[in-house]
Write a protein that binds this ligand. Structure first.
Ligand SMILES: [Zn+2]
Length: 465
């Protein structure tokens, strides 16, 4: 039985979807104002593993992720760069998915942009209004948390004392609110900022309402799993429950699952400490995306993960070893037939793997199952006992494990835009230094990767073939 720790109840529970054939899951997506960092990707890869394991268990899946494409930081930067909200967020959405794909994550069935769902958000706020959960102040609409008796049930926080929140998502105009924990649903338009003209007045949605509106639109008023990082439990997910259940009167989500923090070299990741990495920083230093994936999945999601460069080098040799193992197995010459010992190896590995992931997605144990399996199979290869049917079954098992982890196989490294640019810059420098051998070498490398260079009147441009 597949068991998951549910933040809402504080228990490890048997997982059973509402509809026995299809699991409906919502994952809070990125706020597209900058490149995503590896802490963000720990959560997205955890969600990817969860998604893949649900499919491994034989369910169909409907997985929805949002793109937050309107918020204070986005507006600030778009204005700075003289871009429309769409222009600014389109580029970072594209960068996000380049990274997402390079990390071997499967795209969700639906990716929904917040600014495409303003009418749904307005409707939801109006339902909350008619249920008595809101009030207006200075043109903004707020959620009165005192009107929702179960507020605090997810985060297990006590709201007796009105302690001001430490979250930067709390609306800055706190003097407008009756209670410091009340949160904004609809923000009145401010001078120079984008806004939508709606029944609620001119303004824009708060962050929390977007997830309630889009998840329920795509998945129904009650669905199976809602996932995200632990940093979202409060206030974001707590507020989502208040909004959704305050409007519908029905349970919103059945299983809340959260991925723990990522530490880097034993410390909280921060730009000031110099231990802050985007995925692209690591790739540009020559690290293998598949190894980054391996490392980010190597600790179970309910434990903090300490990401170190030494650990990443270790993951690189592990991933190489696994690929090498698969290649040797594929190329193995074998006699017809099958062997009972190999059936035993397969059975043990499959059971070990499934028991580990059934246990609240214990990825460390599931990877141990894969390594034990590879070791036993290596011994069998060395002993020459593998027959052709065995080889086929062994390879099928590798593929079935890999449908969950996606760390085997040749690494087809999708080249990121930033890397292409770095190579082009290096080539320009080489030409200036009259190092034509290096310049040609880079040109050939780019050609091989399907990158075409063009001299235009605006200078050197590149495109993909
Ligand atoms: Zn969300």
């Amino acid at each position: 039985m597949f068991k998951l720790y549910n933040t809402l109840t504080g228990n490890i529970e048997d997982f059973q979807p509402l509809n026995p054939n299809e699991v409906r899951i919502y994952v809070c997506g990125p706020t597209v104002y900058d490149f995503a960092h590896i802490g963000n990707f720990r959560t997205f890869l955890f969600a990817d593993l969860l998604r893949r394991y649900i499919k491994y268990k034989g369910y169909k899946i409907h997985h929805v992720m949002n793109i937050t494409d309107v918020d204070d930081k986005i507006i600030l930067r778009a204005v700075e760069q003289k871009k429309t909200l769409r222009e600014y967020t389109d580029q970072f959405t594209q960068f996000f998915f380049e990274d997402f794909d390079a990390l071997g994550a499967e795209r969700p069935e639906e990716v929904l942009r917040a600014t495409d769902h303003i009418p749904e958000m307005v409707d939801l706020i109006k339902r909350l209004e008619s249920n008595g959960h809101t009030y207006q102040s200075e043109g903004s609409t707020y959620y009165r948390i005192g009107s929702f008796g179960r507020y605090g049930q997810l985060s297990k926080m006590n709201f007796e004392g009105n302690v001001a929140g430490g979250s930067d998502r709390v609306d800055a105009d706190e003097y407008d609110k009756e209670n410091v924990r009340d949160f904004v649903l609809w923000k009145a338009a401010k001078e120079g900022e984008p806004f939508w003209d709606t029944d609620l007045g001119a303004g824009r949605p708060g962050w929390h309402i977007e997830c309630s509106a889009m998840s329920m639109k795509a998945l129904g008023e009650t669905f199976d799993i809602h996932a995200g990082g632990v940093d979202l439990i409060f206030p974001h997910h707590e507020n989502e429950i208040a909004q959704s259940e305050g409007a519908t009167g029905k349970p919103f989500v059945r299983y809340w699952v959260h991925a723990e923090f990522l530490m880097v070299e034993g410390e909280k990741m921060s730009k000031s400490k110099g231990n802050f990495y985007t995925f692209r920083d690591l790739v540009s230093k020559g690290h293998n995306p598949r190894a980054i994936r391996y490392l980010l999945l190597s600790a179970p999601h309910h434990k903090q993960l300490n990401f170190t460069l030494e650990g990443l080098r270790g993951a690189e040799s592990t991933v190489e070893r696994l690929n090498d193992f698969k290649r040797r197995l594929s190329e193995l010459k074998s006699e017809p037939g099958s062997t009972v010992e190999i059936a035993g190896i397969i059975e043990r590995a499959r059971t070990h793997f499934g028991e580990a992931l059934d246990d609240d997605l214990n990825t460390a144990e599931a990877l141990a199952a894969i390594h034990d399996f590879a070791r036993e199979t290596n011994t069998a290869m060395a002993g020459g006992i593998i027959k052709s049917d065995d080889r086929k079954s062994l390879l099928e098992l590798v593929d079935s494990f890999d449908s969950v982890f996606n760390v085997f196989g040749e690494v087809k490294q999708a080249l990121l835009d930033s890397e292409v640019q770095a190579l082009i810059d290096e080539r320009q420098d080489a030409r200036k230094a009259k190092n034509f051998a290096r310049s040609d070498e880079i040109r050939n490398q780019l050609t091989e990767m399907g990158i075409i260079l063009e001299d235009t009147k605006d200078g050197l441009r590149w495109r993909r073939k």
